[in-house]
Design a binder for this molecule. Structure first.
Ligand SMILES: [Zn+2]
Length: 287
């Protein structure tokens, strides 16, 4: 529980990405101990959206990878959808039609790909009644990616949501924090991608605050400021923003929600001398 919100970890399966790319300049002798690599040097990563429930309001944060993949790409990324966003939402006793809002931190294919399903070649939104909030620069890039970002965005993820009239693109770049609706804020961060945002729950209320780290801190192992992915488009911005946010998270005792961590959905970030460490979060059922 985070204030009035019940927060549940969902799953859209797993994929594997190159360990070196996930760890940037960090030497393999250090990262292999934290995230073991397979023979092809890939590491296992979760695709873990979250469900926020408060009365009839049911919010999905982040959209998974989805099932619209060729056999070739499915193989390259080792996409494993033995669990899916649809199934795990239903397992919470919620019908996809009941989802009222979707919030995406950014529009890379592994973060919004699961918001569209395809039946007999016809794409349709998984959550047809939900307002879909996405950073505007991200949504524009997804619709028409430039050459250097083409590997990270797919128009076929963005266009069906736009055609359905569900997208509410927001611009959080000129404000410290933008309230999308009561109890839910986004903060523009950048670094990893041009528009990536930190999503916070209950930030302005009394009591606990939770932060969805998206790809700003992709796993609970990436909690030292220089542990920056090679995928980040601006490592300098990533370093500055991550340093400040990790410090704030430790000082304020935020509950962290982690998207790509293979094992752990929730953890706090704590100060351990000059480094950051992890603290536990009290959970109701599950782990
Ligand atoms: Zn990602």
């Amino acid at each position: 529980m985070v204030g009035e919100w019940r927060v549940t970890a969902l799953s859209d399966g797993f994929l594997r990405l190159d360990g070196g790319a996930m760890w940037g300049v960090v030497p393999a002798t250090i990262w292999r101990a934290m995230t073991p690599a397979a023979e092809d040097n890939t590491i296992r990563l979760a695709l873990r959206p979250f469900l926020l429930e408060r009365g009839t309001q049911k919010v999905v944060v982040e959209g998974g990878v989805g099932d619209r993949w060729s056999d070739k790409l499915r193989g390259i990324y080792h996409i494993d959808r033995s669990t899916s966003l649809r199934e795990t939402v239903i397992a919470c006793g919620v019908d996809p039609d009941q989802i009222t809002e979707v919030v995406a931190s950014h529009c890379h294919w592994d973060h919004i790909g699961g918001l569209v399903e395809e039946t007999d070649g016809v794409p349709a939104p998984l959550f047809p009644n939900a307002r879909h909030f996405m950073p505007q620069v991200e949504f524009e890039m997804a619709k028409d990616p430039d050459p250097i970002r083409r590997g990270s965005y797919r128009p076929e993820d963005a266009l069906p949501l736009e055609a359905a009239g569900l997208v509410e693109a927001f611009d959080a770049r000129d404000v410290a924090s933008l309230e999308l609706f009561d109890g839910l804020h986004v903060r523009h961060v950048g670094g990893h991608s041009d528009g990536v945002c930190l999503v916070t729950v209950n930030e302005m209320a009394s009591g606990e605050t939770a932060a969805f780290w998206a790809d700003i801190v992709p796993t609970t192992h990436h909690i030292q400021p220089p542990y920056i992915m090679a995928y980040d488009v601006n490592a300098g911005v990533s370093y500055e923003q991550r340093s400040a946010l990790l410090e704030e998270a430790a000082r304020e005792g935020w509950i962290g929600m982690f998207y790509h961590d293979a094992d752990r959905a929730f953890a706090r970030i704590v100060r351990e001398g000059r480094r950051f460490g992890l603290g536990d979060v009290e959970l109701i059922g599950g782990s």
